[in-house]
Structure formats: structure tokens, C-alpha cells
Write a new protein. Structure first.
Lengths: 319, 323
């Protein structure tokens, strides 16, 4: 892997981590409303998968969606402005944390009904197949989504119609506070794939390089005509499900154990150990991220709230 | 001018739109090889092939969601629910996604999908297969809901729905498939959100749509023989709802009876009556009457089912109460 690529992944993961920490602060200050789901701990999944996509490939995910926006290259300012409900937000302040999208970057958004976007992903892929392109769809969902009907109907349809979708299960071990084994009859998400004609592969979701390799292979398999693919990313969210999570359902020891596998730490240690980068280079990247976030916060804070008239726009395309 | 069934009119609209625009395609249960459960797409599979006429598994959630996703990504899907009763399974995809993405993402995307669904009671299919739940779908801003009463409107409205950049639920009352009417040769569109006076009159305004409209027309015909002149207004679209012709008619007749096949509570009649008192309070000469389905699950046994549904006699009785 080229040095520049690895450093860019490092930078993106740090950006996501610190973006989420800023969001947590702004939420505590009451500047972000509604629900807020942080991606801290899972950074390698969004960064490694999206790094593997080719121009033309689509991204769609659930409500833990800030990271995917940043990884596709959405500007930090408008993403943060959306969370603050500002007119300059990516969704003009109408979507909020759970409904970020950046269609110009083929990012179709975050969706807040668990599993509801999985058929949408299937439809995005259907359109690509219909148009005869080589493009594929990266569809992300949590372990909790694999128990809803949408998931099963979508994987089945993708299998029957050979649709170009990589189904990316982000298994962070809990659907809200319910552990996988308390909600799913099979605890390995990949074991659900064969029922729909997919082999499925488990991946260390804390290792951005492994995530990248697996996603690249899956996308290639689709372009080689092997049909939809299924990846299970084993990962963990270091913070709660959303803000105000009492965290009664897991032990501190468990969290600490997973924190040893911090995806940023893993990459950082690799870069230093292999002498790919020195500490100063990484610190410079950290500083760049800090400045980007200072600018983003300023942009978001200074942006206006949507005008009253905006309430009535975009209900229909044709009014 | 051809004299064709509503089934044929709908079929013609689909075929003509598919020929006109390659992004239009059909997906649903038994729409292809079988030819459509109600034979609306008979012959389409042979004519257009499996790329454009897609048989789906029995999976309403993904039919609703995948059609929406395909629409977001540049196609114009016409997704058929075998009956509207099964569309309940897709309600989330329709109201949380198809109807929301344009607004919720600040106008970045649109979902020009058409959901077609036969509905209505009166065919001895029992409680789960006989719903007229149109008003449920019409409740949500973002989705358009239309339901024609004549072959002419069916063809023109379906074309408008397919060409629209907004998501549309197109409800076909199954008992109207055999109804014949005049349909012109060639291309035409009936705009959505425009009500239509189907019969002029002076004594009372009957408001309806779909099968209810046909019941109202038959009642008007019988009333005419008794010297009562009823004006009949066809809503055609439930959302957007065009009250213009209804209010105009009411200001002439001062009396209204709303005919709908769905339940009375929270129904179309409730909405229309509320708007009439808001927009024409000074013209109210009598209570606004509603003729609707009795509030029971529809039973199987023929006479029992018919007793629960709207009919011409009930409309006439309602008119006579306020004349």
C-alpha cells in the first residue's frame, strides 16, 4: 500500500474520531438536537470500504452516518452545519444527524428506520444493472438490521436478480443495548448470507487495511459477474448507542478490551513500526484535522438557520 | 375514439409509456410470465422481455423499497402490489422513504416511482383482501394518491403519474376493471390534483371517486327520474385534493353527499365535509351527509358483504334526507 494512501486513511479516521467528539461536545451544549449516534471505534469500516470504491459506486447507510459522509469527501463544514440544523447543511437542515446525504458524491444518505434503506440499496443497484453499468452499491447496516424483514427480502432479491450490492454488516456487537446473541439465532452475520446465495466473509473491522482488501475483492467479484457480496465487519462502538445511553448492558472490561484494538491505534502502530511515517508526520496530520474542525465549527455556528419558507419547499418536486 | 375497459386503458397507458421512455419498467408479483393477477400486463413479458417486466418474489417490503431506490437512481419504476391489502407491508417504504427523501435530504434526490394497487371490496374475498384503505396513504405529504373512476381518467392519470417526478400511489378499484368507456386514440394526460365534474346538476352535490363515483352517477341517474338534479364531482386525486370544483358546485346546490367505499371514520368524507364548512360556511343549507362502508371487517358471505358496502339506494336515501 502506498504511503500517501495509508496516511490519508489515518487522516480520515482521525477526522471522523475528532468530528464525533466535537459533536458530543456540541450536543452537551444543546447545539445539536434529536438523536446523535457516534461512530467512534468503527472508523476503519467506513474509511476502508469507501477507499475501495471506484467512481460511480454508491454508498448508503443507516443512522450512524457521519463517518460515511466524511469518508466520501463531503465537506466537514456543511456536514456539521446539518447537525446544527443550519441552512448550509448538506440536507439544508431538514435531515439532521440521521439523514445526511451528498448525492453529488453518490452518498444516498443515512436512514433512521432500522433496515429501511437496505431495499433502497437494492433498488440503487437495480438501476445500475438496468442501465448496463459496472457500478456497484456499498450498503451498510448494523447487526440489529439483520433481524428485520427488509434485510431478508432485500438479500433474497439481490440474490435472485444478481444485483451489484456489497452488503456490509457492521457488527458492533449490540443493537442498541441488546447483544447479538440475545437477538439473533445465529451470532455470525455471515451465516445469514448463504441462504441468499452469497458466501459471505468475516473481516477484522478494526484493521483498515483488512477492510480495504476485503471490500476491493468483493467489488471485483461483483464486476467479475459473481453477483452480490456479503461482508461482516467485526467492530465495536466505544461510546453508547446514542447520547444518553446508560451503558448497563456491557462491562467496562469488555469496552477496555476492545479499545486495545482501536482502529486508529492499529494503523498508527503499523505506520511507525514499519517506518512508513514518523510521529511528527502524524502529528502534522492531527493538526490539519484540528484546523479543519475549528473551521467547520465556525462555519456551522455562523451559518443561518433555514428560513420559514423552507418549511414548504421540497415536499414535492412538482407543486 | 375507442370504447374500452378500464383494464385495457391502464394496460395501454403502461405500454405506451414503456415505448416512449426506456427508464419506465414494471416490477411486481406475477406481472411477467403470468401476465398480471388482474391481467393488466398480459403480453408485456413477451413484448418487452425480462429486463423491463420483472417478476418479484412475494416480498412487498422490498418491492416498495427497491422500486423507490431505483427511482432515486434515475429510473421510473411502476411497481405493482397484487392488491392494496398487501401494500400495508410496504407502508414504511412508501411513507418513510418514497414520500420523504426529496424533503428530508433538502431536495438532493427525487423518487419518481409509481405504485399500482388494485383495491376495494365486493368480491367475496373476506376481511383481509377487501380493504379500501386509500385514505391511509393519502394522509402523508410527499406521496400523491390518485384513483380513477373511468377508463379515460385511468389512462390519462396513469400517464401523468409515470411522468411525474414525485412518488404516486395509483389505486385501481378491482370492480371497475370491466367498466367500459370512451378513450381517445393517441397520447393525452389527465393532470393529478384536478377534480372533475362528471355530471351537472342543481339540487345537490354528490362527491366521490373511483367506485364510489360510479355509485354516485347511478344514483344521480335514478334521482333525475324522480325530478332531482344531482351534480356529481369526481375527486380523482386524494392528494393533492382539489376542492375547487366541489366548493363551486356546493355554492350552487347548498347541499352535499359524499360517497366513499372506505370507512366513514377519519375518511375522505370527513375531510371533504370539513373543508366545505371551512370554505363555504355561509352556503350550508343542511348537514353534509356521508355514505361510506359500515365499520365492520368485510365478511365473506355475499349478501352480508354487500350489506356493508355503499350502494345506490343508500346514496339516494342520504340525498332525500337533506332535500
Amino acid at each position: 500500500m502506498e504511503k500517501a494512501t495509508l496516511l490519508e486513511w489515518y487522516r480520515q479516521m482521525v477526522l471522523i474520531r475528532r468530528f464525533e467528539q466535537r459533536c458530543s461536545d456540541l450536543y452537551s451544549l444543546g447545539k445539536i438536537g434529536g438523536f446523535l449516534h457516534l461512530y467512534i471505534g468503527q472508523e476503519a469500516v467506513a474509511v476502508g470500504t469507501i477507499a475501495a470504491r471506484q467512481p460511480g459506486d454508491h454508498v448508503i447507510t443507516a443512522y450512524r452516518d457521519h463517518a460515511h459522509a466524511l469518508a466520501v469527501g463531503s465537506e466537514t463544514g456543511p456536514v456539521l452545519a446539518e447537525l446544527l440544523g443550519k441552512a448550509t447543511g448538506v440536507s439544508k437542515g431538514k435531515g439532521g444527524s440521521m439523514h445526511l446525504a451528498d448525492v453529488n458524491r453518490q452518498y444516498w444518505g443515512g436512514y433512521a428506520v432500522v433496515g429501511g434503506h437496505v431495499p433502497l440499496a437494492t433498488g440503487l443497484a437495480l438501476a445500475e444493472q438496468y442501465k448496463g453499468t459496472d457500478n456497484a452499491v456499498l450498503c451498510y447496516f448494523g447487526d440489529g438490521s439483520t433481524n428485520i424483514g427488509y434485510f431478508h427480502e432485500s438479500l433474497n432479491l439481490a440474490g435472485v436478480w444478481d444485483l451489484p450490492v456489497v452488503f456490509v454488516a457492521e457488527n458492533n456487537q449490540y443493537g442498541m443495548g441488546t447483544a447479538v446473541e440475545r437477538a439473533s439465532a445465529v451470532t455470525r452475520m455471515v451465516d445469514k448470507a448463504p441462504a441468499y446465495g452469497m458466501e459471505g466473509k468475516q473481516v477484522d473491522g478494526m484493521d483498515v487495511m483488512a477492510v480495504y482488501e476485503a471490500t476491493s475483492a468483493a467489488l471485483q467479484a461483483i464486476r467479475d459477474g459473481k453477483g452480490p457480496q456479503f461482508l461482516e465487519m467485526l467492530t465495536y462502538r466505544f461510546e453508547g448507542h446514542s447520547m444518553g445511553d446508560p451503558l448497563r448492558y456491557r462491562t467496562k472490561d469488555e469496552v477496555e478490551k476492545w479499545r486495545e484494538d482501536d482502529p486508529i491505534g492499529i494503523l498508527e502502530r503499523y505506520l511507525l513500526k514499519e517506518n512508513i511515517a514518523d510521529r511528527e508526520e502524524l502529528e502534522n496530520l492531527d493538526k490539519g484535522v484540528e484546523q479543519e474542525l475549528v473551521d467547520a465549527v465556525q462555519f456551522a455556528e455562523e451559518s443561518p438557520f433555514p428560513a420559514y419558507e423552507e418549511l414548504f419547499t421540497n415536499i414535492y418536486v412538482e407543486d | 375514439m375507442a370504447f374500452i375497459t378500464m383494464r385495457q386503458a391502464i394496460s395501454d397507458a403502461l405500454r405506451e409509456e414503456m415505448k416512449r421512455d426506456d427508464t419506465v419498467f414494471i416490477m411486481g408479483e406475477e406481472v411477467g410470465v403470468w401476465g398480471g393477477t388482474y391481467a393488466v400486463t398480459r403480453g408485456f413479458y413477451d413484448e418487452f422481455g425480462p429486463r423491463r417486466v420483472k417478476d418479484t418474489p412475494i416480498s412487498e417490503m422490498v418491492i416498495g423499497g427497491a422500486a423507490t431506490g431505483a427511482a432515486m437512481n434515475g429510473l421510473r419504476p411502476v411497481a405493482e402490489f397484487m392488491t392494496i391489502n398487501f401494500a400495508f407491508l410496504a407502508l414504511d417504504a412508501m411513507v418513510n422513504h418514497a414520500a420523504k427523501v426529496h424533503y428530508m435530504f433538502g431536495g438532493q434526490m427525487k423518487a419518481p416511482v409509481v405504485f399500482r394497487a388494485p383495491g376495494g371490496g365486493g368480491r367475496q374475498l373476506g376481511a383481509t383482501h377487501s380493504h379500501t384503505p386509500d385514505v391511509i396513504f393519502a394522509h402523508f405529504p410527499g406521496l400523491k394518491v390518485v384513483s380513477p373512476s373511468t377508463p379515460y381518467d385511468a389512462k390519462g392519470l396513469l400517464k401523468a403519474a409515470i411522468r411525474s417526478d414525485d412518488p404516486v400511489l395509483f389505486i385501481e378499484h378491482a370492480t371497475l376493471y370491466q367498466l367500459r368507456g370512451e378513450v381517445p386514440e393517441g397520447d393525452y394526460v389527465v393532470p393529478m390534483g384536478v377534480s372533475d365534474v362528471k355530471r351537472e346538476g342543481t339540487d345537490v352535490t354528490l362527491v366521490g371517486y373511483a367506485q364510489g363515483l360510479q355509485v354516485a352517477l347511478e344514483a344521480a341517474e335514478k334521482l333525475a327520474r324522480e325530478g332531482v338534479s344531482a351534480e356529481v364531482v369526481d375527486l380523482r386525486s386524494l392528494r393533492p385534493l382539489d376542492m375547487g370544483p366541489v366548493v363551486k358546485s356546493f355554492k350552487k346546490t347548498f347541499k352535499a353527499v359524499i360517497v366513499e367505499e372506505g370507512y366513514r371514520s377519519y375518511g375522505i368524507g370527513a375531510e371533504v365535509a370539513a373543508r366545505l364548512q371551512e370554505e363555504a360556511f355561509d352556503y350550508l343549507d343542511a348537514p353534509i351527509k356521508r355514505v361510506a362502508q359500515f365499520e365492520v371487517p368485510l365478511p365473506y358471505s355475499r349478501d352480508l358483504e354487500q350489506a356493508a358496502l355503499i350502494n345506490v339506494d343508500r346514496v339516494i336515501a342520504a340525498v332525500k334526507e337533506i332535500l
